[in-house]
Write a protein that binds this ligand. Structure first.
Ligand SMILES: Cc1cc2nc3c(=O)[nH]c(=O)nc-3n(C[C@H](O)[C@H](O)[C@H](O)COP(=O)(O)OP(=O)(O)OC[C@H]3O[C@@H](n4cnc5c(N)ncnc54)[C@H](O)[C@@H]3O)c2cc1C
Length: 360
């Protein structure tokens, strides 16, 4: 907890320079930068985002593939905490700008004040109706992560929209056995897409799924359909869309793009000064390295805006030179963490005892 903590009548008020809402890869990466660059930072996370769903971690260089999402996030949280950042389990239900230009975030358990806000709140995948296998064992939400595991395996794509047709055709790069499962619904893709899809060696299965068969290890083996057929699959991709968590950005007045993501500039700042958005809530590839890159970009940009030095010439001319006592500009929380973590800093200079001359 911060040294500037205060208690209101109803809730604890926690005051920070930076509050990151959402503790996925994007938010935690932003927080690691702002913390290590000397700004009091809290990550407020309710848990259970997309990264938490990963059984393995693919495409992240330096991270072993067998690392689960929860292991990945746990390590990231510990990194942020070891440098003096706070990681708080809470759900932010409301966000507003204060009269003095700061931000107030209302959680279920606490209230947060911040000079800068980072929204790394992500989205939720629209899940298919059961029966479906466990996520990661035949039900997959990340094409760029999981297509590789279906090289030469039978695959399904569920859905009726453009995305389902498109992903089915993409999967032919990995396997010659791809079906689209309509599950009793009517296709909604365009006539052009229909012509294109039907020119690829893909079966379009209209029947609804009534049951499934799994191997002993829990992996999907086959779906049973209401027309009595049974088709073998090792896995596949439901394509029913994404529900972006836009409540907070909308409350703060951030503009959204036509596809429902939060609009940002190249520094990941939204259309509202001081509010940043990172990761899957913004446009682009929904991948951990991409989310982390966006988090890093935001963290560094926030530091540029918040850091005390160099003071500009105008300020110096108006108020005089920098008082040496004002340096360094490190909060007591971050200094305390640095003192407790000597391995993270250069070793102190141990001055040798002054030697006495012989004739002294
Ligand atoms: C099953 C699955 C497997 C995947 N595998 C891979 C892979 O192997 N490699 C890869 O690169 N990518 C993979 N991805 C994609 C990757 O998980 C995402 O791109 C990445 O997690 C996005 O990070 P994020 O921080 O933007 O969002 P998230 O990871 O979704 O994190 C957002 C966090 O914000 C929290 N939150 C939301 N609203 C609030 C609120 N109001 N208050 C507090 N907290 C809030 C959520 O609870 C969540 O913890 C996979 C995705 C899925 C679904």
């Amino acid at each position: 907890m911060n040294d500037n903590e205060a208690d209101s009548e109803t809730q604890a008020v926690r005051d920070y320079e930076v509050v990151v809402v959402g503790g996925g890869p994007a938010g935690l990466q932003a927080a690691l930068y702002t913390t290590r660059l000397g700004h009091d930072t809290a990550v407020v996370d309710r848990g259970g985002g997309r990264a938490a769903m990963m059984l393995d971690t693919h495409n992240v260089i330096g991270v072993p593939e067998e690392t689960s999402g929860n292991e990945f996030l746990q390590t990231a949280q510990e990194q942020v905490q070891s440098y003096g950042g706070d990681v708080v389990r809470d759900f932010i239900v409301e966000a507003e700008r204060t009269e003095d230009g700061r931000f107030r975030l209302h959680g279920n358990d606490a209230e947060f004040l911040a000079d800068r806000v980072v929204l790394g709140v992500g989205f939720n995948d629209e899940r298919p109706d059961p029966p479906v296998p466990r996520t990661g064992k035949g039900l997959h939400y990340c094409l760029h992560c999981d297509a590789y595991m279906f090289i030469d395996r039978p695959v399904y794509v569920m859905g009726t929209g453009e995305a389902a047709a498109h992903v089915a055709m993409i999967m032919l790069n990995f396997t010659d056995d791809v079906d689209v499962l309509l599950r009793g619904e009517t296709p909604e893709w365009s006539a052009e897409t229909d012509e294109q899809l039907r020119a690829h060696p893909i079966d379009i299965v209209e029947a609804e799924i009534t049951g499934m068969r799994k191997s002993d290890d829990g992996w999907l083996e086959a779906y049973e359909f209401d027309d009595g057929s049974v088709r073998e699959y090792r896995g596949g991709f439901p394509m029913y869309g994404s529900n972006y968590n836009t409540a907070l950005p909308e409350q703060l007045g951030c503009e959204l793009t036509d596809d429902g993501t939060v609009a940002v500039d190249e520094s990941m700042e939204t259309t509202v000064d001081g509010v940043y958005a990172v990761g899957d809530i913004t446009a682009g590839h929904n991948q951990i390295p991409v989310a982390m890159g966006k988090g890093a970009q935001a963290g560094i940009d926030i530091h540029y805006g918040l850091r005390e030095f160099p003071r500009d010439l105008e300020d110096i001319r108006a108020n005089g030179p920098v008082d040496p006592a004002a340096t360094p500009d490190i909060s007591s929380q971050i200094r305390g963490a640095a003192e407790a973590f000597p391995e993270a800093r250069a070793p102190p200079i141990e001055s040798p005892e002054p030697e006495l001359a012989d004739d002294d």
